[in-house]
Design a binder for this molecule. Structure first.
Ligand SMILES: Nc1nc2c(c(=O)[nH]1)N[C@H]1C(S)=C(S)[C@@H](COP(=O)(O)OP(=O)(O)OC[C@H]3O[C@@H](n4cnc5c(=O)[nH]c(N)nc54)[C@H](O)[C@@H]3O)O[C@H]1N2
Ligand SMILES: Nc1nc2c(c(=O)[nH]1)N[C@H]1C(S)=C(S)[C@@H](COP(=O)(O)OP(=O)(O)OC[C@H]3O[C@@H](n4cnc5c(=O)[nH]c(N)nc54)[C@H](O)[C@@H]3O)O[C@H]1N2
Ligand code: SF4
Ligand SMILES: [Mo]
Length: 698
């Protein structure tokens, strides 16, 4: 007999599957299940979900704080000492160089309550100005695209849309690997849908598509503009909707008239008919949904490419109805929560640092002095690193991310971080590439060892309950922030933040009256009972929340005029083109269901490791391999202007001739990536660099 169940929303991808952990006689659970009636995963999970707790007792868990001595060795210390080191060093830096000389870099993988606590503590309590997160690497282009087009960062869909469409278009998205349980919903679609995948690689998702458009990398914009041109010329657009609900269409029409399919297709390296096929399929579809992911977000024109997708949905009125939408899938388990609560670019809750009335509102809800709220927003991640190089930022607090592996052109990271006077890393493991560079390591609890909430890709707030106590002296980030506040001398500001649910009840008030209002959520219990709750759900709602809800059903957008904008621009050349020395285009991304990011967690779970290649590899096309006389499994050197790496060759037809792919799970990928960024979102363009392949004779 099970005495009680605990529920944990999966701490890996943004699908947000819920796992049930049954307890009997208070014995630790022997297995965990995917929650049967949870509307996200309907009793299913991928391998990572079933192994959610598998890495918690890995031998290299950080069990105590650690400080680095002058010789570079780590010494285990107690929390009192660690907190003293933390405050003495950061305060000294702030007193010497100014408050904004200490910054933080956070994540999309801690709970909302921790996001809000960290952001409020760092900026309102400790006086920092600059703080950003790894979500810059992941979601920033989608956020900016929605904000500019709709007036609010509002992914409109619900997972039911995967089942209801009759045409699904995936662009730069590989859900078979990256969001397996979302893909499961596609497989549940009973409409025999057309599934079109736009991807330069024959990805696992492309292999399952009804049509794969294997375009040249970063030619999406030209493809989408020429499709828009066809739709307009053939009058396959909804003029009534365009007139009533959008602005900028006439200019857009003029712009795309320059993208003649007959001229564009050669540049894309697909057939002319393929462009017409895409336009016709959109036209013939009754419910067309447009899904995009980091294959788009991570480009120098990520924002405009996302908007080109949004424009297609707008002009054909595939929006606000079941099975439709321009839908940005998110990445990490709580990237969506970070968008509301991280207090980085926008002020806590989604406000604007530069507006007095916004600052007053936040101050009132948090019961703090408005003078504590900075009047400017942070510079983005890349500029935080620039400021470290330039000597303006001297102290950095890194929470739940591993930039020494994951940041673009990572060979530079040790040099950059070396410029700091003090680096604190708060992680579950002292062994990460970034923790190895830290002066102080704070031992954090992980998913399964803490309480709180995440927001998944379809805007659903899901619950995390504490199944185990963290090992040794490790603490949930929430408790670490409480201790830091105490040590810093600003605990008064957070006296009502006694535990995560108390914090939730405070921070939900920040959303009142905004498009993501969640003031109707009464308690954690309500979230559990309702199977998670999608935003918005405000306090005036009289009914219980429906399990599947979408936005924009009334066609009213969030700009003051209620209309969506058509946004577009000229296509920019790639900042680093392949040439005779570096003739290949390097793509990077997810390689395997069982691998998560920098492998600090999944890399410690045997069963997940067994599912995936254990050594770094590069995918090379058969023809290229033949030309270079490279055999399967042979070690090759991948060379770039940033550095070179040795990896194994995986030969096949997944990449096109002239393209190669290295999964980002291996640190080698970012030792080659070219540091360039989207102009608007400052998201790194991880998916385009020029490299050479040199066979190595052993
Ligand atoms: N197993 C696993 N799942 C994960 C993660 C993980 O590490 N492991 N990470 C999570 C996170 S944080 C994220 S952000 C998501 C990412 O999820 P996805 O975006 O689906 O994953 P990626 O493999 O990075 O990129 C998707 C595809 O973009 C393609 N691509 C590259 N360049 C271009 C281009 O110019 N145009 C087009 N159209 N496509 C291009 C790549 O070939 C790749 O197949 O996955 C989440 N899920
Ligand atoms: N070349 C290339 N690079 C990429 C990408 C790409 O496609 N190509 N994708 C980018 C994207 S989309 C992303 S999201 C990033 C991801 O990059 P990172 O954020 O650097 O990757 P993770 O391995 O998830 O790092 C999370 C860290 O937090 C720790 N951790 C886990 N749970 C907790 C917790 O609850 N509390 C604390 N304090 N620590 C915890 C883990 O041990 C780990 O060290 O990589 C980016 N880098
Ligand atoms: S699909 Fe994502 S959320 Fe679901 S179990 Fe797998 S990793 Fe976890
Ligand atoms: Mo991501």
């Amino acid at each position: 007999m099970v005495d009680r169940n605990l529920y944990v929303t999966c701490g890996y991808c943004s699908t947000g599957c819920q796992m049930t952990i049954p307890f009997k006689d208070n014995e630790p659970p022997k297995f965990i299940r995917a929650t049967e009636n949870y509307p996200v995963n309907l009793g299913k999970a991928c391998a990572k979900g079933f192994q959610l707790l598998g890495h918690l007792n890995a031998p290299d868990r950080a069990m105590t704080p650690n400080i680095r001595d002058k010789n570079g060795a780590l010494t285990s210390v107690d929390w009192d000492r660690a907190l003293k080191e933390f405050t003495v060093n950061f305060k000294r830096i702030q007193n010497t160089y100014g408050k904004d000389s200490v910054a933080f870099i956070s994540t999309g993988q801690i709970v909302n309550e921790e996001h809000a606590f960290l952001g409020a503590l760092a900026k309102f309590g400790m006086g920092m100005i600059h703080g950003d997160g790894n979500t810059r690497q992941c979601m920033a282009s989608a956020v900016v695209a929605y904000k500019q087009s709709f007036g609010w960062d509002a992914p409109p869909f619900t997972y039911k849309d995967f089942e209801e469409s009759d045409v699904l278009i995936f662009m730069g998205s590989n859900p078979v690997i990256a969001h397996p349980i979302m893909w499961n919903r596609v497989e549940m679609n009973k409409n025999n849908p057309q599934i079109i995948v736009i991807d330069p690689r024959k990805s696992e998702t492309a292999q399952k598509a009804t049509k794969h458009l294997q375009i040249k990398p970063k030619t999406d914009l030209a493809l989408l503009y020429s499709v828009a041109n066809i739709l307009i010329e053939k009058d396959w657009i909804d003029k009534d909707f365009i007139d009533k609900h959008t602005t900028g269409f006439e200019d857009f029409k003029k712009h795309v008239s320059n993208f003649k399919p007959e001229e564009v297709y050669k540049e894309l390296c697909i057939e002319l008919e393929d462009i017409y096929y895409l336009a016709e399929t959109i036209h013939n579809g009754q419910k067309v949904s447009f899904w995009w992911m980091v294959g788009i977000n991570q480009g120098i024109q990520g924002v405009r490419t996302a908007q080109a997708f949004i424009n297609l949905a707008l002009m054909t009125r595939n929006i606000g109805k079941p099975g439709t939408g321009p839908n940005s899938i998110t990445g990490q388990c709580n990237a969506m929560g970070a968008r509301i609560y991280s207090n980085t670019s926008s002020l806590l809750g989604g406000y604007n640092f530069t507006k007095q009335d916004h600052r007053e509102k936040v101050a009132e809800i948090l019961e703090i002095d408005v003078a504590n709220i900075p009047t400017v927003s942070s510079v983005p991640y890349n500029q935080i690193l620039d400021k470290i190089l330039e000597g303006e930022i001297k102290g950095l607090w890194v929470i739940c991310t591993n930039p020494a592996h994951s940041w673009i052109n990572s060979n530079k990271i040790p040099e950059i971080l070396d410029n700091l006077e003090y680096l604190v890393v708060q992680d579950m493991y002292p062994t990460t590439e970034t923790a190895q560079l830290a002066d102080l390591i704070l031992p954090a609890a992980g998913c399964g060892e803490k309480d709180g909430t995440f927001v998944n890709s379809e805007r659903r707030i899901g619950i995390l309950q504490r199944v185990f106590d963290p090992p040794g002296d490790a603490k949930p980030d929430f408790e670490i922030f409480q201790m830091v506040a105490e040590a810093w001398g600003c605990a008064d500001m957070f006296k009502k933040w006694t535990h995560p649910e108390a914090a939730f009840n405070i921070i939900k008030k920040l959303t009142k009256g905004l498009p993501w209002d969640i003031t109707g959520i009464e308690s954690y219990d309500m979230i559990i009972e309702q199977g998670g709750i999608q935003w918005p759900y405000d306090e005036n709602s009289t009914d219980l929340p429906k399990q599947e809800r979408r936005l924009l059903e009334d066609g009213i957008f969030f700009h003051p005029d209620g209309k969506a904008k058509f946004l577009f621009e000229e296509i920019l050349p790639a900042p680093e083109k392949p040439d005779k020395d570096f003739p290949f285009i390097l793509l990077t991304g997810r390689g395997c269901v069982g691998h998560w990011h920098t492998l600090t967690r999944t890399g410690k779970v045997n069963i997940l490791n067994k599912m995936c290649p254990s050594e770094p590899y590069v995918e090379i096309n058969n023809e290229d391999a033949e030309k270079l006389d490279i055999q399967e499994g042979q070690t090759v050197i991948v060379d770039s202007r940033r550095g070179q790496v040795k990896v194994k060759a995986f030969i096949g037809d997944k990449t096109k001739v002239g393209n190669v792919f290295i999964p980002m799970h291996f640190a080698e990928a970012n030792q080659l990536t070219f540091p360039s960024f989207d102009k608007y979102s400052k998201q790194p363009a991880f998916k385009y660099a020029a490299v050479n392949i040199i066979p190595k004779n052993e």
